[in-house]
Write a protein that binds this ligand. Structure first.
Ligand SMILES: NC(=O)c1ccc[n+]([C@@H]2O[C@H](COP(=O)([O-])OP(=O)(O)OC[C@H]3O[C@@H](n4cnc5c(N)ncnc54)[C@H](OP(=O)(O)O)[C@@H]3O)[C@@H](O)[C@H]2O)c1
Length: 272
């Protein structure tokens, strides 16, 4: 098997960490990353013990800072040539209605979820163009398809923009051997989702009811995304877990069978 090196921004927990595990269990090499050195080192060490010390490296990155993203590429590619780069790092919706959100939080959400993706795509593309090969994936989220919901305006704006940016740049890219696409994980039980449930304007119980119909665990979604990424040969692609048909089927089935994906206990822990 041709082993690939995958760099994942924001992989110290949640979906990023889940994808790291999935790639590693399929025999590939992964660079995990996040803003906090101690956490990055601890996660890298844990994965090295679970898999193999030669297959995992950990690097500190803040995706909002272009220089930091440059450094991530340089350090990761010095370790092993990079085949796939996933712009996964993101912060969730605060759940507040937009007019209650302070300018500092607006900056943080836009810089992480949108500028971070743009920074990562730019750096990875420029280097992959020189390599003549590679693939870049950007993380979508609620709002990417234009849907709206109270409390999701700012987050949804960034995710809508991520889809537009990726689609537009995929058409503009001159190096056709570099692939660019988006990932749509649906609803996944992570710290990000749990925080947004706690603060949902309609209250947590209403969200828990919906999430028990539509949400999935990281261990279910991350291996699917990882497998599809490895199989993909096309650019301007969208890899989606929770398709319209799956949503329809889940709601239909919910009349006959209750799913319990999401527990009240989850709300007491904000990390997984
Ligand atoms: N969970 C869902 O239901 C869901 C649904 C659709 C889309 N998504 C998207 O999927 C991605 C991952 O979400 P998740 O639920 O796995 O979130 P999560 O559990 O909160 O993990 C987010 C990761 O991003 C890192 N991060 C945050 N800000 C960063 C920055 N400025 N620079 C570098 N790393 C940063 C975090 O590490 P540090 O804080 O230690 O830096 C962490 O490793 C996000 O883009 C999210 O919008 C999630």
């Amino acid at each position: 098997m041709n082993s690939k090196h995958i760099v994942i921004t924001g992989s110290t927990r949640g979906i990023g960490l889940g994808m790291a595990r999935a790639f590693l269990s399929m025999g590939h090499v992964v660079s995990v990353s996040g803003r906090h050195r101690e956490l990055v080192n601890a996660v890298a060490r844990k994965l090295q013990n679970e898999f193999s010390p030669e297959k995992v490296a950990g690097f500190v990155v803040d995706v909002t800072a272009p220089r930091s993203v440059d450094q991530l590429w340089l350090k990761a590619s010095l370790w092993k040539p990079v085949d796939i780069w996933i712009n996964n790092a993101g912060i969730g919706p605060s759940g507040e209605l937009f007019h209650h959100i302070y300018p500092e939080e607006i900056d943080e959400v836009i810089h992480t979820n949108l500028t971070g993706v743009i920074n990562g795509t730019r750096v990875a593309y420029l280097h992959m163009k020189q390599q003549g090969a590679g693939a870049i994936y950007n993380m979508e989220g609620f709002g990417s398809d234009g849907r709206t919901m109270p409390g999701m305006t700012l987050y949804g704006t960034t995710k809508r923009a991520v889809r537009y940016f990726t689609h537009s740049f995929a058409k503009e890219m001159v190096e056709k051997k570099v692939l660019l696409g988006t990932l749509s994980p649906g609803m996944v039980v992570t710290g990000l989702l749990l925080e947004s449930v706690k603060k949902a304007p309609a209250g947590p119980q209403q969200s828990i009811r919906i999430f028990n119909i539509l949400a999935d665990r990281v261990e279910t979604v991350a291996p699917f995304l990882a497998r599809k990424i490895l199989e993909n040969q096309k650019t301007d692609v969208r890899i989606a877990w929770l398709t319209k048909w799956k949503i329809f089927f889940r709601f239909f089935r919910s009349f006959f069978r209750k799913r319990a994906v999401f527990f009240n206990d989850d709300l007491n822990s904000s990390q997984n």
